[in-house]
Design a protein around this ligand. Structure first.
Ligand code: G4P
Length: 216
């Protein structure tokens, strides 16, 4: 394991909205300066996203997600507990809509009427059931799925299944950090699903990390 050094290729593209440039640069710089590459293709970002949260960066990410989806008629943001909740909250707050999070464990807070999906976690090598109370999502909803990480894409697929089972419309997904080299995001895009990731890591090792250039 080692700290990553600030070697980002400059991602400023003149025709991009300035808010997008600032947000993407801030996130990429944070990954480079504070991210740790762990065995098993894990990028540890506990200092600003997964344990301690950089609240300014978080709300900036929410603003950027809201900007990307402002014309999509979003009525609900949907995520999975636990680390997705912070990013989903920021996005939902900026879009002015509620956030629904799927639970991974049975809870007395759930009604009897639930919508479930089976999710296989590549990282944890196990399948778990995610569940929401059916009263929180329905045919009148247009859903934006938000998560902190996208690797193989199984969590997003589970949330898409929940959205479909609820009869809601899927607008797309927004991710803080996509590990592009694990292919989940591109597989979803190939199916015609809109996936917007604020930072896409295309390669990473103990001493270097590269981002995908996103010209949109
Ligand atoms: P997938 O959904 O894209 O297929 O990925 P996977 O199942 O492998 O991911 C399982 C968990 O690991 C998720 O959180 C996901 O957010 C997280 N994760 C995957 N890759 C990384 C990584 O490189 N760095 C970090 N920090 N997290 C990663 P989870 O287990 O559900 O935990 P949590 O949300 O409760 O924290």
């Amino acid at each position: 394991m080692s700290f990553l050094y600030l070697t980002s290729n400059c991602n400023i593209i003149l025709f991009k909205d300035i808010q997008e440039v600032i947000c993407i640069r801030a996130l990429e710089d944070k990954i480079l300066s504070e991210g740790l590459v762990l065995p098993g293709e894990i990028l540890k970002v506990g200092s600003f996203l997964n344990q301690q949260i950089d609240t300014t960066l978080l709300m900036d990410m929410g603003s950027e997600i809201a900007r990307l989806y402002k014309d999509s008629g979003i009525t609900k943001v949907l995520t999975i507990e636990s680390s997705g909740i912070a990013v989903a909250f920021a996005a939902g707050f900026k879009l002015g809509v509620p956030v629904v999070f799927a639970k991974k464990h049975a809870s007395i807070n759930l009604s009897d009427d639930v919508i479930t999906s089976e999710v296989y976690s590549y990282t944890h090598q196990k399948t778990y059931t995610v569940v929401i109370g059916s009263e929180y999502l329905g045919p009148d909803d247009t859903v934006l799925i938000v998560d902190d990480f996208l690797a193989k894409g199984n969590a997003i697929k589970g949330l898409i299944e929940i959205t479909n089972k609820a009869g809601a419309k899927l607008a797309g997904a927004a991710i803080a950090i996509e590990k592009g080299f694990q292919g989940g995001g591109d597989a979803l895009r190939a199916q015609g699903i809109r996936v917007e990731s604020l930072a896409i890591v295309d390669s990473m090792s103990d001493d270097s990390l590269t981002f995908r250039r996103q010209d949109q």
